[in-house]
Structure formats: C-alpha cells, structure tokens
Design a protein around this ligand. Structure first.
Ligand code: IMP
Length: 183
C-alpha cells in the first residue's frame, strides 16, 4: 500500500503515528537484544495470530540464532459460568517442554490476553518464557507482567496497521496509524 498521512478503515479515520522506518529500527534493536541474550540456546518463538504475523516475519529475519517458530491463536467462546468469555490457546503443535519460549505479540493493552497465554503455556513445562511485543500501552496494563522485549510504548489510543486491525480491516499498511479522536 502507498504511504498516506491519513487512512480510512471502515467508519473510522486514522493518522500516521509510527512510520515503517521507525518500526524496522525498533524491531532490529529488539532482535539484536534477543540474539545476544539467547546466545548458545535455541528458542522457540510462539507468535500469536492474527495480529503478530507481520511483526513475527520481520523479527525472525533479524534473529541470528538457530530457532523455531510456531503460530498459536486464542479462540474465544462464551462460557456457561459468570466469567463470560473463555479463551483457549489453540494450534500449539510443537513440544515446548524444557525449551526456552519467546511469545511474539502485536500489542499488550490490558495485559489480560498475555497473562492468560502465560498461564496456559506454563502448563507445558517450558524451560523459560519471555514476552516480546511490538507495542505496549503501559497506562492500560491491569495485571503485573514482566515484558522483557518491547519495540515501542504508545499512549492509550487505538492503532491499526502493520498487522493490527480494526474489526478485521487495516492490517495491510506498512506504517502504524492512530485513531483520530472526536470524529
Ligand atoms: P489485552 O488483552 O487487553 O492486552 O489485548 C490484547 C489484544 O487486543 C491484542 O492482541 C489486540 O488483538 C487487541 N488490541 C488491543 N489494543 C489494540 C489496538 O490499539 N489496535 C488493535 N488491536 C488492539
């Protein structure tokens, strides 16, 4: 897609906020940190679909280690108990027992998704688990999370692009866009 200052996704307008070049630079920085920290080990990257598909592709190509990648998804369904929506990790088709795992996520907002993912993965007895996220909204976090790798912290505004969506659309831009308020 062509670079544009503003884009329309369904009924909302978004303005460019993180250009492609900055994203690539931050992804390279984080990939270099992982390569350094995991020297001598063979991590398994677990990318959380759908939002992380572009980030994961860019990150992995900057990692200079023997490593594997697998893709997982969180399926939501309505439970019969009072907690309402229950999310289940599906697609984990690789044995992570005693392996160092790095979760690759597009964005951590309240952190509830990541907390749930951590709980589930711990049940598979990995050697270790680190979190690697493209974006983090620190002011929205509702749970205590140790986020070891973060490309960029952003304010509490809704963003799209570079894999992130608004109602399924807007994933296919090279830059990240922030919603224009008061529309
Ligand atoms: P959390 O459980 O509140 O941390 O939400 C995490 C998930 O919500 C992410 O994986 C995204 O799918 C979605 N999400 C949160 N904030 C945004 C945003 O600004 N744009 C697009 N998706 C978002």
């Amino acid at each position: 897609m062509q670079k544009q200052e503003t884009i329309q996704v369904k009924d909302k307008t978004f303005a460019i906020s993180i250009p492609e070049l900055e994203l690539k630079q931050q992804i390279k920085r984080v990939a270099d940190e992982i390569t350094r920290d995991y020297a001598g080990r063979q991590p398994v990257f677990l990318a959380v679909l759908n939002g992380s598909f572009i980030f994961a592709a860019d990150l992995l190509r900057e990692i200079d280690l023997p490593c594997e990648i697998s893709f997982v998804k969180l399926a939501s369904y309505q439970g019969t108990n009072s907690t309402g929506s229950i999310r289940e990790v599906i697609g984990l088709n690789i044995d992570i027992t005693d392996r160092p795992v790095i979760i690759v996520e597009d964005i951590v907002d309240t952190g509830l998704t990541m907390a749930h993912m951590l709980d589930t993965l711990k049940g598979h007895n990995p050697a270790s688990i680190d979190i690697c996220t493209l974006l983090l909204k620190p002011t929205k976090l509702q749970v205590k999370l140790d986020i070891r790798y973060c490309c960029k912290e952003i304010p509490d505004d809704f963003v799209v692009g570079f894999g992130l969506d608004y109602d399924g659309f807007g994933r296919n831009t090279k830059d990240i866009y922030t919603i224009i308020q008061n529309q």
